[in-house]
Structures are given as structure tokens and as C-alpha cells.
Design a protein around this ligand. Structure first.
Ligand SMILES: *[C@@H]1O[C@H](CO)[C@@H](O)[C@H](O)[C@H]1NC(C)=O
Ligand SMILES: *[C@@H]1O[C@H](CO)[C@@H](O)[C@H](O)[C@H]1NC(C)=O
Length: 977
């Protein structure tokens, strides 16, 4: 018996065992399943649900709840159940009735659903009071009643819910005091009770709650004093009490002692006295004490370095503006208007801010007694500063500040706007059905897909300007929302479609989720839509310090998703009895389990015997058919290259030699022949070909075919008549290249690499970008070559098994290697950005990356810093537009920054190059049929999955072995934060 056969028999045995176990499990499931027994919802709960139903009005007939069918097994709208193995009944675990236009009252019988964990009547029109019986639902974790017309007081009984974590009653008309019994809610983390009519004193006992994080009571009629004890709450991050009337109360000094507070918002609370020293709140991000009667100086020695918002408007604060108000690096809003502040207008508040196009700082000092300006006011364009109504405005001519002294019109517009991502995908390219939208991610790549919409509102964000935080937001949402279990979404699957600031301030947003890009579907599966909806509805997204808690407003499930979230109303007509149907389904599951097992068994058998026939290795010798890639015989290629004559040879590398050849049909090709003795394993060779055959882009050299004869392994590529950029720039072949052509080459190379980073699946990090690997076709179009072609090194162990290695040794071409990769061995797309930056420098200067021991980056930096930039520009470039040259130089140097995070992404590189070429004077840009906006990906209208640090896909990398040969490997996916 051969080893293979033995292996075969063992495998068959294993398959059989698995199947038998599977059948056994399937059968036992059938026999023990409550469905098969016709087990149903606990009758007490059925009665309770019917009572709940009879108290509701359902004008749009969303609820299909009728006595005829069982709630749990016939899918009553919004009723989510589980099976309790102890009593054998199904129990209601969740009532999810979000935004169904329901009115009427909450029935006391809700208290008879003791297993319910989540009670959700968000955004309906329920009126009346909250029944005290809800206090009996011991399992209750989430009580979600926001956005109704509930009134009356809160029953004390709600304070005894031992498992409650989220208490969400905002936007109702609930009155009366906050019951002291709430101090018993040992697990509660969220009190969202804003916008009601609560009155009376905040019970100091609340401060004993060990886990409370968010205490939102703004917009009520609370009075009395602010309990000093609140500062002892170990977990409290948000205290928001705006628009209450604590008439005559002070802000207790202890409020400077909050250990974890991020946001303190006490606008318009009739507070008096001095501002406490808040220096002790180390992480404070947002402070609003505006519209009170605070007096005295602003004493805080030092507010938290990360603070985004300071509002102290409309008080009676005096003294000077503290010098420590400068130096915040994330400040977005500083309002000190309408106080009695005197002294100097500080001129350095923004000195630590690293401005980008989305950063804004809005400063309002209007209506104070400021009389002079310290230093010179040099206001960046991202900053608005208002000084009107200050004595300093009398000197406005001297200080040249008359603009700052005009009437205040603020930057509300800027704060509210969201730069929608550049969408260059024409919407009309999508199919007729109007629910399809394209995902705008990359300029050259769009796809049509049906989005699933989720409306949310950030209830108490710790920022005042969203755009700079957009990437953080996208990362937060995509890494925590799941369409498939435990798999985060790609960044390109989320589009923040609109944002709007509302009073609070709260931030309303509409999120669009797009399905993962695949070739065979442009919509989510129903299970994926449900999974996304569940994540939001169960509030399982972990909180974020910056964005705070969110309200769920709505789901927009149109087009292919319209039936998914609402059970269809006609459903009930088809069923005779839920239980009967269920048991039929149960038997079907059993039967199909057995059938599937049988099929797997036979397929294994067949596959195995085919493999046996083909050869003694399991790898099939005949590779799968690959689009556009031909298999050549060795004789074909001998003929094409005049028997691999020395005259036909055009290059040589560690892997072997490259020949120019002409195929029988007259097409010129480059033929890469592996050296004898370095033949790689079959499987890897095919993997390579298969991968290359899938990578198609006009800026990538394409694979024409391959030869796999006897001891030969040969790859055949399209021929590049203009050779490599290296040859072109090096002295020997020097042909004058004007700036337009150089820019065209730079852009082509960048687009090719961008494709590898973002559209190739799995993405590829080239890792050996250099002038030698950028080839030029007859029209001077740059084509990147040698991506993962990887002479796979023959690392064979004793048994002749070949394995691919991912070397941790940093290999690459000296002068092009990313210094951070060199130090940390961490390879990212930005390593290619660095190498491409070096190529740009070569294009501009004609220098080699390293020559006479001098490094091109240092040389160029030195020249630029001493104002000698134009002295190092390649003379043979001829006349050139200096603006464009400067821009390209700046871009190149940014690509070559030491720190990965400081470099632009390849997408940004491409965008910037496109910008520069749009600045080119006409004759230059048209000279070469630049055709810059041509999409390379042809017919499909879609968006490329945009790759980034948050991308969860594994990334294909080509890497060197210590011996200098390339191997391919897959590096583990980079985890989202
Ligand atoms: C703040 O905390 C410190 C140390 O816990 C304590 O000594 C001090 O008295 C507290 N201040 C106030 C005003 O409660
Ligand atoms: C400010 O933010 C940075 C970056 O998020 C963080 O490392 C630092 O600890 C923060 N500082 C404080 C005082 O929380």
C-alpha cells in the first residue's frame, strides 16, 4: 500500500466519522428541538403581549401580532425570543419597536415579560405614564423610550432594576423628581434623560452609582444645588445639565476633582460664584459654562492639553485671558464673549495647532474690555477671531484689525459643513434601479451597490468641528459594526452621507453602509443587514471618548432590503399553524443535513481519485484556465528568441535572464527565464501566474503567458520598447525628457502602485519600487514591473516539500528602502510611497539615489533649505514651469519623510500629481496624449476597496530571501484599532 493510498483511506475514514457525527447531531437536534415538539411561547407572556398590543394604536399596521399565531415561532413584529431549556418555553428577550408610528399607552402587563432584556419603543408617539410594573422586569438591561410623549413622574420601582445598564428616556414630557431609588441601579452606565420636565433637586445619592458614565439631564426644570458628591463618581465621563435652573447655586470646588470627566456642560444653569480650578480634570475635552453669572477670574492653572471646546460666554468673568489658553493642540472653539475680561488679546492661542484643510478654530472675544494685543496678530486662514465691542477696536487702524472688529458672523457655516468625499464616479453609470448608489472612494474606481442607511445622532460629542475627526469616526464605526460575525467592515463600506449640528449641540448623521465589493453581488445578504441593524439597536458599539453616546434614529432599508427588517404583512396567510410549519422546517433541516453530508463524502471521493489519476502529487499539473494568459511550449519560446541567443538578451537578475522575443503572431514580448537549478515549486509557480493574471492595469506590465515545460519555468510579458526609467535617466541612454513627460511617468507609476495597494485582491505591497522597475511603453506610459513576480526561492526541506518564507530580513535596493521599515521590519504601503518618492527625486534631479556615498534625500533637502532648489534640477529637462517643479519636489520630499505616518498615502500622491498636471501649461500637457483621466479598470463602475491601516484584509507582499531572491508571502491582516 502506498503512502498516498494510506493517507486516502485515513481521510475517507475521517470524512465518514465527521458525517456520522453530523447526522447524529442533526437527528438529535430534530428530536430534542422544541420546534419539533411544537413548543411555544410561555402562555403568560403571550397574554402579556396581547395586552400590550391592545393598548397600542398601530395606524400603519406594522404589527402582525394576532392571537392565532405564536409570538416567538411565527415572528411577531419586533418580538425576539430565546428558548429556556429549564422550562422548555420560548421567552421574549427583546421588544424592538423602533419608529413604527405607534401611539397609545404602555401596558402594565409589560411587567409580565420577566426575561426581557431590551425594551425599545424609540421614536413613536406613546403617551401616558411609565407603568411601575416595568420595575418587575428583573432581566431588563436596556430601557429605550426616547422620543415619545410619555408624561407623569418616574415610578420609584424603576430604581430596583438590578441589571439595567441604559436608561434612555430623553425627549419626552416626564415630570417630577429623579427618584432617590435610582441610587440602587448598580449596573447603570447611562442616564439619558435630557429634554423632559424633570424638576427638583438632583439626589446626591446618585453619586454612589459605581458605573455611571453619562449623566445627561440637560433641558429640564431641575433646581436646588449641584451635589458636590458627583465628582466622586469613578466612571463619570459626561455631565451635561444645560438649561436647568439651579438658581444661586455655585459650581462646587470638588468639580475640579473629577477623575475621568471628558465633558462638563452647564450652560444656562443660573450658576453664580467663582469658576472652580478645573486643572485637576486631566482628560477634559469639552467645557461649557456659558450663560451663567460666574464672577471672578478664570483661575484654572492649566486645562487639559487635548481640550477641543471652551465656552465661558455671557458671564461676569474679569481679569485677563489666562496665558495658558495658548498651547492647546486640538482647540476648535474658544468663546469668552460678553464678559469683563481686560488686558491683552493673546496672539499665540493657535501656536500648537497643526492646521490641515479641515481644521478650524473659532475664537470669540467680543464684548469684553480687552485693550491691547500682545505681540503681532498673525492669523492663519483656519482661524476666525472676533474682537468687536472691545476697547482695542478703537486702535484698529494701528493694529490693522478692523476686520476682526466688525459684526460677528461666526463660522457656523464651516462648522456645519462636511466636505463630501470627492466623487468622480458619475452616478448615472449605475443601473436604472434608483436605489443603487455608487460608493465614492477612489477617483478611477466606482461600483454600484445598494446601501443600507442608518440614522444616528451623537448625543453629546466632545468636539465642535467634525471633519478633522472623520477618519477616527469611520474607523470607530467600521471596526465595531459587523455584517458578518466578528469581521469588521472595510472603510470603503461606510459613507457618512450627511451631518447636521442640532441644538444640544448634538450631531445628526446619516450613515450609508455598502456591501463588500465582490464580482457577483452588489447588495448585502439579509443576514448582513440584520447584523448591522442589530449592532446599532442593541447599542453594542463600544463608547468612544470623542463621539460620546449615540441615539438611534432610523434604519433606511430600501430596494433589495425593503422586506428584511419588517416581517412581511402577508406572511400569516400562508401558514396554517406556526408550530406545524416549524416542525416541517425542522425535518427538512435534518434531511438536508444528511444529504449534504452524503454529497461531501462523494465529492471528496471523486476529487481524490481525479488527483490520483493526474499524478502522484496532489497539485494538479494542468493549471486552471486563466483569462488572457497563454501557456507556451518551450519550442515556441526558443523560436521567439532565436534559441535564447545572446543577442536577444536584454537583462539579467538573480532569477535568471530576460530576453526580447517575437512571437509567431508578430507581437514583441519580454521573456524571463528562470536559471537552471532555481526552479521553484509547482504550486508557487501557479500561484504566481494566477495572481499576475488577475492584476490588470494600464500602468502595470502585464503577463502574456508562461511556459512550464520539463525543467523550465518561464514568464512572458508585454515588451516595453522604451526600456526602464533607470536606463532613460542614466547617462548612457540620456535622451532629453521634458517636465511634462517626467510628470506623466510619475503619475503612471503612482497609479499602478495605487492599484496594487487598493484594488488588487489581496492587496500587494510592491516593496521594490525603483527606477529599474518602472518601464516605458512606446507612448512613454509608465508601467510598474516585477510586482510579486518573485523568483520563488527553492527552500526545500528534507522531504522535498517547498515552503514559502516571509523573510524578516530587510531586503530591497539600497537607496530606496523605507528607513522605518528598515528599523522596525514593519512593511506597509507607505514603504512603497517612500521608494516612489526617491524615484520622483531622480526624475527631478537626474541624480542616482546613492552616488559617491551621498544620499539623494539629504542632498535635495540641503539644497532646498538653502534656497538652491533650482540648482539641482536636471539640466536636460529644458525649460520647465517652476510652480509645478516646486510642487512635485515638495511632494517627493514628503514621500521621503522618515516617519511612516507623515508620508502621504498613494491615493494622496496620485491626487496631488493630478493637480500638478492640471497646472501644467497647455502645450506640455497635451504633448503626450496624457489622457490623464482615463479609467483603467474599464467597464465596471464601482469603487475600489480603499486600502488603509484599518483594512482587515491580508496583504500580499513580495519579499526578499536572504539570498536576494524574491518570495511571496502573506503578512497577517493589520487589525483595526
Ligand atoms: C480634591 O481631591 C483631593 C485629593 O483627593 C482632596 O484632598 C481635596 O480636598 C479635593 N478637593 C475638593 C474641593 O474636594
Ligand atoms: C491627549 O491625547 C493624546 C493622544 O490621544 C494622549 O496620548 C494623551 O494622553 C492625552 N492627554 C491627556 C492629558 O489625556
Amino acid at each position: 500500500m502506498t503512502k498516498e493510498f494510506l493517507h486516502f483511506v485515513i481521510m475517507m475514514g475521517a470524512a465518514k466519522t465527521v458525517c456520522l457525527v453530523g447526522i447524529f447531531l442533526a437527528l438529535s437536534l430534530c428530536c430534542s428541538s422544541p420546534i419539533a415538539h411544537g413548543q411555544l411561547t410561555d402562555p403568560q407572556e403571550v397574554a402579556a403581549l396581547l395586552a400590550v398590543r391592545s393598548n397600542l394604536n398601530d395606524p400603519y399596521k406594522h404589527l402582525n401580532w394576532t392571537k392565532k399565531y405564536d409570538p416567538c415561532t411565527s415572528n411577531w413584529t419586533g418580538v425576539i425570543c430565546f428558548l429556556n431549556n429549564t422550562d422548555g418555553y420560548m421567552h421574549v428577550q427583546e421588544l424592538r419597536l423602533l419608529k413604527m408610528n405607534l401611539s397609545g399607552k404602555l401596558a402594565p402587563e409589560l411587567g409580565q415579560l420577566p426575561f426581557m432584556k431590551r425594551l425599545d419603543f424609540l421614536w413613536n408617539h406613546i403617551s401616558g405614564s411609565i407603568p411601575k410594573e416595568i420595575g418587575n422586569i428583573t432581566a431588563l438591561e436596556l430601557l429605550l423610550l426616547s422620543g415619545n410623549q410619555l408624561s407623569g413622574p418616574l415610578p420609584d420601582e424603576l430604581g430596583y432594576l438590578p441589571n439595567l445598564t441604559k436608561f434612555q428616556l430623553d425627549l419626552n414630557m416626564i415630570s417630577g423628581p429623579i427618584p432617590r431609588s435610582f441610587a440602587n441601579l448598580a449596573k447603570v452606565q447611562h442616564f439619558h434623560m435630557n429634554n423632559n420636565k424633570f424638576s427638583g433637586q438632583i439626589p446626591p445619592e446618585i453619586s454612589t452609582l459605581p458605573l455611571l458614565k453619562h449623566f445627561l439631564l440637560d433641558n429640564n426644570n431641575l433646581s436646588g444645588y449641584l451635589p458636590p458628591e458627583l465628582s466622586q463618581m469613578p466612571k463619570l465621563t459626561i455631565l451635561q445639565l444645560d438649561n436647568n435652573n439651579f438658581s444661586g447655586s455655585v459650581i462646587p470646588d470638588s468639580y475640579g476633582n473629577f477623575s475621568n470627566l471628558l465633558k462638563l456642560s452647564l450652560t444656562n444653569c443660573s450658576l453664580q460664584g467663582k469658576m472652580p480650578d478645573l486643572s485637576g480634570i486631566r482628560g477634559l475635552l469639552y467645557l461649557d459654562l456659558g450663560m451663567n453669572q460666574l464672577t471672578g477670574e478664570i483661575t484654572s492653572k492649566r486645562l487639559s492639553e487635548n481640550i477641543t471646546t471652551i465656552v465661558l460666554s455671557h458671564n461676569k468673568l474679569n481679569g485677563s485671558i489666562p496665558s495658558n489658553f495658548s498651547g492647546f493642540s486640538r482647540l476648535q472653539k474658544l468663546y469668552l464673549d460678553d464678559n469683563l475680561l481686560s488686558g491683552f488679546v493673546p496672539s499665540n492661542i493657535w501656536e500648537n495647532i497643526n492646521f490641515t484643510s479641515e481644521t478650524r478654530l473659532d475664537i470669540n472675544f467680543a464684548g469684553n474690555l480687552l485693550s491691547d494685543i500682545s505681540g503681532i496678530l498673525n492669523i492663519p486662514s483656519n482661524v476666525t477671531l472676533k474682537l468687536n465691542g472691545n476697547p482695542v477696536c478703537a486702535n484698529s487702524i494701528q493694529h490693522n484689525i478692523s476686520l476682526l472688529c466688525g459684526p460677528y458672523n461666526g463660522t457656523q457655516e464651516a462648522l456645519n459643513s462636511l466636505n463630501k468625499p470627492e466623487s468622480t464616479c458619475p452616478p448615472q453609470s449605475c443601473p436604472i434601479k434608483n436605489y443603487f448608489e455608487y460608493v465614492p472612494t477612489l477617483p478611477d474606481a466606482c461600483f454600484c451597490a445598494a446601501p443600507f442607511g442608518v440614522g444616528i445622532r451623537l448625543r453629546s460629542p466632545s468636539i465642535s468641528n467634525f471633519p478633522p475627526y472623520r477618519e477616527d469616526f469611520d474607523a470607530w464605526i467600521t471596526s465595531n459594526v459587523h455584517a458578518k460575525p466578528n469581521i469588521p467592515l472595510y472603510l470603503y463600506q461606510l459613507s457618512v452621507d450627511s451631518i447636521k449640528w442640532e441644538p444640544g449641540p448634538r450631531l445628526r448623521m446619516f450613515l450609508l453602509f455598502f456591501p463588500e465589493y465582490t464580482n457577483d453581488s452588489n447588495a448585502f445578504d439579509p443576514s448582513e443587514v440584520r447584523a448591522i441593524a442589530d449592532t446599532f439597536a442593541t447599542f453594542t458599539i463600544p463608547g468612544d471618548d470623542t463621539f460620546g453616546p449615540y441615539d438611534l434614529l432610523n434604519f433606511t432599508a430600501q430596494g433589495p432590503y425593503s422586506d428584511i427588517l419588517l416581517p412581511s404583512l402577508s406572511r400569516s396567510s400562508g401558514l396554517s399553524k406556526g408550530a406545524l410549519a416549524a416542525s416541517i422546517i425542522g425535518s427538512l433541516i435534518c434531511a438536508s443535513a444528511i444529504l449534504v453530508c452524503t454529497l461531501i463524502f462523494f465529492r471528496k471521493l471523486r476529487q481524490r481519485s481525479q488527483a490520483e489519476v493526474v499524478g502522484n502529487q496532489l497539485v494538479p499539473k494542468v493549471p486552471m484556465k486563466m483569462d488572457g494568459v497563454k501557456a507556451f511550449s518551450f519550442e515556441n519560446l526558443q523560436l521567439a528568441t532565436n534559441n535564447f541567443s545572446v543577442n536577444a538578451q536584454i537583462g539579467q537578475g538573480g532569477y535568471g535572464k530576460v530576453y526580447r522575443g517575437t512571437l509567431a503572431d508578430g507581437i514583441d514580448v519580454a521573456i524571463k527565464r528562470a536559471q537552471q537549478g532555481s526552479i521553484q515549486g509547482d504550486k508557487q509557480f501557479y500561484t504566481e501566474i494566477e495572481m499576475l493574471s488577475r492584476v490588470h492595469h494600464r500602468n502595470l506590465v502585464s503577463l502574456v503567458g508562461y511556459c512550464d515545460d520539463e525543467d523550465e519555468q518561464i514568464l512572458v510579458y508585454e515588451f516595453m520598447p522604451n526600456g526602464s526609467l533607470h536606463d532613460l535617466l542614466s547617462a548612457r541612454y540620456r535622451a532629453p525628457l521634458n517636465f511634462g513627460t517626467r510628470l506623466h511617468i510619475a503619475l503612471g507609476a503612482a497609479r499602478g502602485i495605487l492599484y496594487l495597494h487598493t484594488e488588487a485582491d489581496p492587496p500587494i505591497i510592491h516593496r521594490d519600487i525603483k527606477a529599474n522597475n518602472i518601464l516605458l511603453d512606446a507612448k512613454w506610459t509608465a508601467k510598474v514591473s516585477d510586482f510579486g513576480i518573485s523568483r520563488l526561492a527553492p527552500v526545500s526541506d528534507a522531504k522535498g516539500v517547498t515552503t514559502a518564507h516571509v523573510s524578516t530580513n530587510v531586503k530591497g535596493t539600497p537607496g530606496y528602502v523605507d528607513p522605518e521599515y528598515f528599523l522596525t521590519h514593519k512593511l506597509t504601503e507607505k514603504s512603497d510611497v517612500y521608494s516612489l518618492g526617491i524615484v520622483f527625486l531622480e526624475l527631478l534631479t537626474g541624480m542616482q539615489p546613492i552616488s559617491h556615498g551621498r544620499n539623494i534625500v539629504r542632498e535635495v533637502n540641503t539644497a532646498c533649505h538653502s534656497g538652491m532648489m533650482f540648482s539641482i534640477i536636471d539640466r536636460s529637462m529644458g525649460p520647465h514651469p517652476s510652480d509645478c517643479v516646486k510642487e512635485l519636489m515638495a511632494l517627493a520630499l514628503r514621500c521621503c519623510l522618515d516617519e511612516t505616518k507623515d508620508r502621504p498615502t498613494m491615493l494622496e500622491v496620485v491626487r496631488e500629481l493630478e493637480n500638478i498636471s492640471s497646472m501644467l501649461p497647455e502645450p506640455e500637457s497635451t504633448a503626450l496624449e496624457l489622457n490623464l483621466n482615463t479609467s483603467s479598470s474599464g467597464n465596471s463602475v464601482r469603487s475600489a476597496p480603499s486600502s488603509s491601516l484599518y483594512d482587515r484584509r491580508s496583504t500580499y507582499v513580495s519579499m526578499d530571501l536572504p539570498g536576494g531572491d524574491l518570495v511571496s508571502g502573506v503578512i497577517p491582516p493589520i487589525k483595526p484599532r
